[in-house]
Write a protein that binds this ligand. Structure first.
Ligand SMILES: *[C@@H]1O[C@H](CO)[C@@H](O)[C@H](O)[C@H]1NC(C)=O
Length: 358
């Protein structure tokens, strides 16, 4: 879901931005481009399952060099226009929030699958179940989807890299004149992401201290749910998707598929629990445990060792299927609900063009 939107206005011209997948639209006097990027953790070698995490993939998976240097901008990977013939007028970025904790709903299921393994699981001598039994259940309800510490670092580094690409737009002068704007949804993780993004830009990149930007209004995030949580404000989306028990029907069908049953049976065998104690939801959340441990703690968790590549492919597909019907191409209203945000962005682009022409 979209979170942060940042808006930079340059000499009367406007530009606008908002993180996991991140899009920057750049408007230039002669050309336009789009860039995608991501950013934050520790383990420098990715577990083999890491490429199946879908929306739970850590940002570094896409750009592995960030594990070595999170502030480096690899210009061969981003389209950067020729600055001799092009002048950046405006930048608009729609950015997802940084790495976050699981939601309370996920944590409840995590506890359930952990308790099952702890109370009923039996090892087969390879040490995997033993490792799970001595694993500490450290997720707690209060965490409820909040931004984690390295999620803040994600955002700070992302701001740094973006500013490195567009120094003329993201400068001290433009900030002092408030030729920029940071818009966020009211979600905790999004507000916190936006604050971290601003901090990364102001303190890390520009090197300014907090007291040097006292009174610069635009360094405070502006909350706008209508824009940034457009799906909540689109009645058609709410009725047709969110409140509709059959909108994600295909997801439920796949949960009872032969592919999914094979995963359940293999896992029951590995853990020595009864297959009747497992459900698709519990297996999925065990897989999420593997992904969260990597993105939050930078560790290759014992939860990763209970799945093989084939299982990972099935669970990746399950998550993709859900996103397809809930956020993606499955229903036309999913994309149409973003119309307000789209208009907003294009208005800023049009404005920048016409002011430039004048
Ligand atoms: C719920 O979703 C199904 C499947 O997409 C659709 O046929 C039906 O019209 C929807 N119901 C409502 C109330 O929107």
């Amino acid at each position: 879901r979209l979170c942060v939107s940042m808006n930079v206005l340059i000499s009367g011209q406007t530009k606008q931005t908002a993180r996991r997948v991140f899009i920057v639209v750049t408007l230039l006097r002669c050309c336009s481009s789009s860039v995608s990027d991501a950013g934050g953790a520790k383990l420098t070698e990715s577990p083999t399952l890491a490429r199946y995490f879908g929306t739970k993939t850590r940002y570094e998976e896409v750009n592995q060099y960030l594990l070595q240097n999170p502030l480096l901008v690899d210009k061969s990977l981003v389209f950067t226009p020729d600055t001799d013939s092009c002048t950046p007028l405006q930048i608009v970025a729609v950015i997802r929030h940084g790495t976050r904790y699981p939601t309370t709903k996920q944590i409840k299921k995590m506890k359930q699958v952990y308790n099952l393994v702890r109370d009923k699981g039996e090892g087969s001598g390879d040490g995997v179940v033993e490792a799970l039994k001595s694993w500490q259940m450290w997720y707690e309800d209060w965490m409820d989807g909040q931004l984690v510490e390295n999620g803040k670092t994600d955002m700070q580094n992302l701001a740094f890299r973006l500013a490195t690409l567009y120094p003329s737009l993201l400068s001290t002068e433009k900030l002092r004149g408030c030729h920029m704007k940071f818009v966020t949804s009211s979600k905790h993780r999004c507000v916190d992401s936006t604050k971290a993004f601003i901090k990364g830009f102001v303190e890390n990149y520009l090197g300014l201290k907090e007291d040097e930007i006292q009174g610069v209004e635009c360094t405070k995030p502006e909350i706008n749910d209508e824009l940034m949580r457009f799906f909540d404000h689109c009645q058609k989306f709410v009725i047709f998707i969110e409140e509709n028990a059959t909108a994600l029907n295909q997801v439920d069908v796949f949960k009872t598929s032969a592919e999914m049953n094979t995963v359940l049976e293999k896992l029951a065998g590995r853990l020595q629990v009864s297959v009747g104690d497992l459900t698709a939801d519990l297996v999925q959340v065990a897989f999420y445990l593997c992904s969260f441990e990597l993105s939050i703690k930078g560790i290759n968790s014992p939860w990763c060792k209970i799945f093989d590549q084939e299982d990972a492919e099935v669970l990746e597909y399950l998550n993709d299927l859900k996103q397809y019907w809930k956020r993606g191409y499955g229903h036309a209203i999913n994309s149409r609900s973003s119309c307000i945000l789209f208009h907003n962005i294009f208005n800023y682009l049009d404005q920048a063009v016409s002011e430039s022409e004048r």
